[in-house]
Design a protein around this ligand. Structure first.
Ligand code: FDA
Ligand code: NAD
Length: 499
């Protein structure tokens, strides 16, 4: 089997991979030195897809001209063209011209957050190449051609199934071997499945998870097929809240089910959650808390029909979306590299216990300097910044230049319906809630501070302007004193804006 050799290999073709590639290009990389290996596939674009999208992404297509009648057999002329294939069928009853597009979309690194938001819009939906990295952070959009121009090899539809770190070797599912001098692990996370806990019937058709673009495409097809149908969302975390809104916007009748007393308990206080639950209820979403899905029944086509809950209730469903958490993809490296808190342990430059191997994004457990603690972060801002830091460190070592330690301020955000929140810092200690958190308000704006040892260490804001969001970020970074919680509640956002 073929063997390929590179100076640098990035394993994974997601957010971190794209930002790492841009940083390599900034720092200087020779053609042929860098490869990105990703299992995300080169996709066949179907004829039903929107033409303007196809126009911009077509890499290969062909024109075919059929002449003759179906009964007498066809003579076929194949003409390669850049844009479309046209099939002309001349039969006894006339001439038919049809357009058949056979195109491959190159799934170069893209901004994954789009998949649970604009990708699912019923109108004006985001499609590649619109959201390739680095548009999510206001940067240049790196189209597949960009990688070509820079001599960066994009090896797609290639799942690595074996890693031999002592031998600097990766092996793909098709048996191809890749050698590297430096490896950056950017494999991200995978979804936790209900079948992992043995939930009965969880493999029925129209039960969806969302991680990659293929998952999103399947969901989009189902939304079209089950127009005005019933959807059940299992899980009340990020996926649950964003998908609940997306399916409602698509006019499905949505119910959400989760085990905790309120949504997003990993971050939200009960006060924050009450606003979103109220807002979602006003949109007509039914929220069922304190129970879980224990089984699914399906119809004679194998399509999901009902969701059985632990508390005995049964919900009808044409579509189910499950978001019950993610798991970092580290299995390939088990026993070969130090792990910590479920991720691959790194230093402040994202170097692992194996000196030729770095780990970035969701898989990295890194020193969070601000809190003097090892942490793993499953959010896009850290994926971008950790990737850039690793490449700076790699190139710095080569050039004999020192690089500052990673000094990260945690930043998470989400958007759904007309809502948008941002969070900075750490959600530990006491909390205060301020502002207008009435879900009926025409323009709600409210937030929370987290206070530990008399200092504000975390800040959340719904509906803030760019300046106000910058202000809460500054608070979380500078950790100003706030001993009187009542005064802080009264002052609210003004406290952040004066820092
Ligand atoms: P990422 O998952 O982006 O990429 C991993 C890549 O590795 C994939 O291309 C995968 O196919 C590939 N891969 C894995 N194993 C492989 C193997 N063995 N061989 C080859 N390739 C392999 N965050 C946020 O802050 N705000 C938001 O709004 C959102 N929204 C959001 C929506 C959805 C639907 C998801 C799934 C996630 C988010 N996130 C988010 C989280 C954010 O997207 C996530 O933290 C980053 O994508 C992590 O970047 P990575 O590059 O680490 O992994
Ligand atoms: P999550 O951890 O945010 O939420 C999982 C939810 O499922 C929790 O409420 C949990 O209690 C609930 N749950 C667990 N078991 C359950 C069960 N058996 N039945 C019903 N509910 C159950 O995970 P997620 O929402 O699946 O997101 C997956 C990954 O994608 C995470 O890494 C997340 O950070 C990322 N993501 C982030 C964003 C964002 O930052 N805006 C958006 C989408 C996805």
């Amino acid at each position: 089997m073929a063997e390929k050799s590179f100076k640098y290999v990035i394993l994974g073709g997601g957010v971190a991979a794209g930002y790492a590639a841009r940083e390599f290009a900034k720092q200087g990389v020779q053609p042929g030195e860098l490869a990105i290996i990703s299992k995300e596939a080169k996709k066949q674009n179907s004829p039903s897809n929107n033409f303007s999208v196809q126009f911009s992404i077509i890499l290969f297509s062909c024109s075919a001209v059929f002449i003759g009648t179906p009964s007498s057999g066809c003579s076929l002329f194949l003409i390669l063209s850049k844009l479309t294939s046209t099939v002309i069928v001349a039969s006894s009853s006339g001439i038919y011209i049809t357009s058949l597009i056979i195109a491959a979309i190159v799934v170069a690194p893209y901004e994954r957050p789009a998949l649970s938001k604009a990708y699912l819009f019923p109108e004006g939906a985001a499609r590649l190449p619109g959201f390739h990295v680095c548009v999510g952070s206001g940067g240049e959009r790196l189209l597949p051609e960009w990688y070509k121009e820079k001599g960066i090899e994009l090896i797609l539809s290639a799942e690595i199934v074996k890693a031999n770190l002592p031998a600097n070797t990766l092996v793909s599912a098709t048996g191809e071997t890749f050698k590297y001098q430096i490896l950056i692990i950017a494999t991200g996370s995978t979804v936790i499945k209900l079948s992992d806990f043995g939930v009965q019937g969880a493999d029925a058709k129209n039960i969806f998870y969302l991680r990659e673009i293929d998952d999103a495409d399947k969901l989009v097809e189902a939304i079209k097929a089950k127009k005005n149908g019933k959807a059940v969302i299992v899980g009340g975390g990020y996926i649950g809240l964003e998908l609940g809104a997306a399916l409602k916007i698509n006019n499905l009748d949505v119910s959400m089910v989760y085990p905790e007393p309120w949504c997003m308990p990993r971050l939200f206080t009960s006060g924050i959650a009450a606003f979103y639950e109220g807002y979602y209820a006003n949109k007509g979403i039914k929220i069922i808390k304190g129970t879980v899905a224990v089984g699914f029944t399906s119809n004679s086509n194998g399509e999901v029909k009902e969701v059985q809950l632990k508390d005995g209730r049964v919900l009808e469903a044409d579509i189910v979306v499950v978001g019950v958490g993610g798991r970092p993809l580290t299995a390939l490296f088990k026993g070969q590299v130090e792990e910590e808190k479920g991720g691959i342990k790194t230093d402040a430059f994202f170097k692992t216990s194996v000196p030729t191997v770095y780990a970035v994004g969701d898989v990295a457990t890194f020193p969070l300097k601000l809190y003097n603690e090892l942490r793993r972060v499953e959010h896009v801002d850290h994926a971008r910044k950790s990737a850039e830091q690793a490449v700076k460190a790699i190139k710095g070592l080569e050039k004999g230049q020192s690089v500052d330690e990673y000094d990260y301020l945690p930043y998470f955000y989400s958007r759904s319906f007309d809502l948008a929140w941002q969070f900075y810092g750490d959600n530990v200690g006491d909390t205060v809630l301020f502002g207008d958190n009435n879900p009926q308000s025409p323009k709600p704006k409210f937030g929370s501070y987290w206070i530990k040892d008399g200092k504000v260490v975390g800040a959340f804001l719904e509906g803030g302007s760019a300046e106000e969001n910058q202000a809460i970020a500054k608070v979380a970074k500078l950790q100003p004193k706030a001993e009187n919680l009542d005064a802080l509640t009264k002052e609210g956002l003004a406290f952040a804006c004066k820092i």
